[in-house]
Design a protein around this ligand. Structure first.
Ligand code: HAM
Length: 416
């Protein structure tokens, strides 16, 4: 029979790699509660319309990357390619905008995009992210950037750089887009086919093209931050002042346009020079109209999401082993149930213990002890049974002592 492989762009996560994931997830939960974020879990699939309306029908994500299918009742459903639209949908649907305070959510979970897989780019990947609602201030954007930047610092991800920009608003962006289109049309023949198409459909995305020649040509195009209306300009200035107060070093990068259409005003990315081609660790920004566009109240929002695979690739090896482990070994099979009883005593005291059930001799059991990195081996033999004792071998010091069964509790308290 043919073997069945996991679908392209997906992967299995297991020991010891899983330790890094658990470490990262614990860190996220602890860290973001510092800023009063509460976890939210939304469905893995949603009505396709949520994403076409929320993210924008002309974006690459919606045009090319969504896993969309019909269910048995003919509904169009999509595996979520991101979670911001889902969080907004959930907040509207569950009346959270009225009922919760503060309106701060964090999430951790899988997302799905049909992209060309490469190192750090998957078709099923994982994001963690935060979303804050109902605060127009640029200071909350700065706080979000600070929380993201400082998190990466706390997990020792090095070589990070914060890049910020403003993508304007409904007041200033349309006029700017006309200017951009005019400039792009003048150079149309020089641009790649994709960018030529973008002139009409989504001209801002020209700044995101990876083609060397398009990058050079678009360097001379007008930039959004030079055409902000008064309100957006003030907001961008306030963002920078607040970042300085929070001691976040940043660079203004007017080419940041983000791949999702819901952004207004603040847009930002954090990159790491350790990540190679897929160097974006996280991205986010403000989305003041998304709730409205999804049929909800006029509630503004801001947040970010980070790619967990990219972070995991560069996490130092984590020693997840916090508790000491005991191997319970027996000299001959007649002692199996005595060993099992001893194991039960350890498990019920919350101690990490392991025994082999079909080991022929002690040597084989010791070998298994090495594989589970046992700190101690408890050895039960006929002699130990007769005297009500346990032989305790310290696997690192290679020393062995004998303790009385009645002293076990005290020994565990002192040594484990
Ligand atoms: P995004 O920039 O599309 O933003 O994705 C955020 C991060 O997810 C990226 O910086 C990257 O690290 C990771 N990522 C994206 N695609 C992949 C992939 N195929 N494989 C591995 N990692 C990937 C959003 O998703 C917005 N919802 C962020 C946001 C939240 N904006 C406001 N609030």
């Amino acid at each position: 029979m043919n073997k069945i492989a996991a679908p392209k762009g997906t992967g299995d996560i297991y020991f010891p790699e899983i330790g890094k994931w658990q470490y990262l997830e614990d860190k996220i939960r602890n860290y973001f509660s510092r800023f009063l974020y509460k976890e939210i879990r939304t469905p893995i699939f949603e009505h396709s319309e949520l994403f076409s309306r929320g993210i924008g029908s002309e974006t690459d994500v919606v045009q090319k990357e969504m896993y969309t299918f019909q269910d048995k009742a003919g509904r169009s459903l999509t595996l979520r390619p991101e979670n911001t639209a889902s969080v907004v949908r959930a907040a509207i649907e569950n009346n959270l905008f009225n009922e919760m305070f503060p309106l701060r959510f964090f999430y951790i979970g899988p997302m799905f995009r049909y992209e060309k897989p490469q190192k750090g780019r998957m078709r099923q990947f994982h994001q963690f992210g935060i979303e804050v609602f109902a605060d127009k201030s640029a200071r909350v954007d700065a706080e979000v950037i600070y929380a993201a930047f400082n998190f990466l610092k706390e997990i020792h991800l090095c070589g990070t750089e914060v890049e910020i920009s403003s993508v304007g608003c409904g007041q200033c962006r349309p006029g700017f887009l006309e200017k951009l289109k005019t400039a792009a049309k003048e150079q149309e023949k020089e641009l790649c086919g994709e960018c030529q198409r973008r002139i009409e459909t989504n001209p801002l995305r020209i700044f995101d093209c990876k083609n060397e020649s398009c990058i050079k040509i678009s360097a001379a195009f007008p930039k959004m931050i030079e055409h902000l209306c008064g309100e957006c300009d003030t907001h961008f200035a306030e963002l920078q002042t607040a970042l300085q107060v929070l001691k976040v070093e940043y660079k203004i990068n007017p080419r940041i346009v983000r791949g999702l259409d819901y952004y207004t005003k603040t847009a930002f990315e954090i990159t790491s020079n350790q990540l190679g081609a897929q160097n974006a660790v996280l991205g986010g920004g403000r989305y003041d109209n998304l709730s409205n566009e999804l049929g909800g109240p006029d509630i503004v929002g801001t947040g970010f999401a980070a790619g967990m695979e990219r972070i995991i690739l560069h996490l130092q090896d984590i020693d997840r082993k916090q508790r000491k482990t005991i191997l319970v070994a027996y000299q001959n099979p007649a002692l199996l149930d005595h060993a099992l009883r001893l194991c039960e005593t350890l498990w019920s005291s919350g101690i990490h213990a392991y025994m082999e059930y079909d080991a022929k001799n002690l040597k084989k059991q010791f070998k298994k002890g090495d594989r589970i990195s046992a700190d101690y081996t408890f050895i039960l033999g006929d002699e130990e049974l007769q005297h009500n004792t346990i032989s305790v071998k310290d696997m690192k010091a290679r020393e062995q002592i004998t303790i009385k069964q009645e002293d076990l509790e005290q020994w565990l308290k002192t040594n484990i």
